[in-house]
Write a protein that binds this ligand. Structure first.
Ligand SMILES: [Zn+2]
Ligand SMILES: [Zn+2]
Length: 382
């Protein structure tokens, strides 16, 4: 089969690989019909995620058709059209039993602090991902769900991570009626977080980024007020001014360890290997929220040191809510919003790229060319 393969920082290509085989009775093999490149894949692409091995296939956002199931699989059969959450999880451990699927204790032999994620390095379990023609899905009775008949492939694909994570970010904000919600980052997750904040009763939603075309999307798709931090001397001061000098009730960090355009982070992370995540957006969040407010974090942060302004967070009495999204837990509500027409996830899709051209896709996304917001990968289009 054809699969995206990592060859080193900024080097990916499509290679022939063996079609994955059933390794455990509860595995399924999925023929991928649609995948995506996620902003967090860029951390891998830039060589900033520990233990990203040459030969690894990325891709934690994918949907497909069941090709083959192991002998104990009961919920899926060949031919089923399924969506697969980005988390690999067992469904029965202490954490899964509490809905904390992203914190599953049984799926990652390489780390205890992080669960399993498809195509996200050996730090996250070493599972090959879905930027390929086929992918092995463990715990096949647990993660995958049938895609509802009425749902578009692209909308289903976006539920596997970006939309679920954005919605989760808004949930972690504990938004109450009338709250002013600030979202740092107008990438796919930030756009979905901003949109979701309205569903949860926000009275005002402000999105901050430095890419004007993304801010335009935030105004159009998420009906948000926008600020371009590159046009202001101090974005925190602007947020204070915009909120009567109190600060926002809720601030969502949808940037995480953003790898582009941040010189300080680039030098410390990529060159000196000192720091796994840029805390710039997080520190702006801590500074922009009002005392007693909530900061929500669901971006991708590396396991290494991040210089967070923890003392300020303490002195302001903040609540910091954070986790990787347990994607499937969000699906019932997301399905309702999509079915009711309150939300059209694929409005944010900008590129549909054949798998064969995925290297170009990574380059476009990494360099933020061609007004890219969300690039999809189409395995059969080559
Ligand atoms: Zn993702
Ligand atoms: Zn588990």
């Amino acid at each position: 089969m054809k699969a995206m393969v990592y060859r080193g920082p900024y080097k990916v290509r499509v290679e022939e690989k063996d079609v994955p085989a059933i390794e455990h009775p509860n595995d399924a093999i999925i023929r991928v019909t649609l995948a995506a490149i996620c902003g967090s894949d860029l951390h891998l692409y830039h060589g900033m995620m520990p233990d990203t091995r040459v030969g690894h296939t990325f891709g934690h956002e994918f949907i497909g058709v069941v090709e083959q199931v192991g002998s104990s699989v009961q919920n899926l059969k060949p031919g089923d059209r399924v969506m697969v959450p980005f988390n690999v999880y067992c469904g029965s451990c202490y954490f899964c039993a509490r809905g904390l699927y992203s914190n599953c204790h049984n799926v990652n032999p390489n780390a205890t602090a992080v669960g399993g994620i498809y195509g996200y390095s050996h730090t996250c379990g070493g599972y090959d991902g879905g930027q390929a023609e086929f992918v092995r899905v463990p715990f096949a009775d647990v993660g995958p769900s049938l895609i509802p008949d009425w749902m578009d492939d692209e909308d289903a694909l976006l539920c596997t991570d970006a939309l679920a994570t954005g919605y989760f970010g808004a949930q972690l904000g504990d938004i109450v009626e009338g709250d002013t919600v600030v979202v740092f980052g107008a990438g796919p997750v930030g756009l979905f977080a901003a949109k979701s904040a309205w569903f949860m009763g926000a009275g005002r939603v402000i999105v901050i980024d430095h890419l004007e075309y993304r801010l335009e999307k935030a105004r159009e798709f998420a009906h948000a007020e926008t600020f371009n931090f590159a046009e202001h001397k101090d974005i925190v001061v602007e947020m204070k001014k915009a909120t009567g000098y109190l600060g926002a009730d809720v601030v969502i960090d949808a940037v995480g360890a953003e790898a582009d355009g941040n010189f300080i982070q680039h030098v410390t992370s990529a060159k000196l290997k000192l720091q796994g995540g840029s805390p710039v957006a997080l520190n702006w969040a801590i500074d922009s929220v009002r005392k007693g407010g909530t900061v929500s974090v669901m971006g991708a942060y590396g396991p290494m040191f991040s210089a967070v302004k923890f003392g300020d967070a303490l002195n302001k009495g903040l609540t910091l809510n954070m986790n990787q999204c347990p994607a499937k837990r969000q699906w019932p509500r997301l399905f309702e919003h999509i079915k009711n027409g309150h939300l059209k996830p694929n409005d944010i899709v900008t590129h549909r790229i054949p798998l064969e051209h995925i290297a170009e896709g990574y380059h476009i996304f990494s360099a933020k060319l061609d007004n890219v917001i969300k690039p999809l990968i189409v395995p059969s289009a080559g």
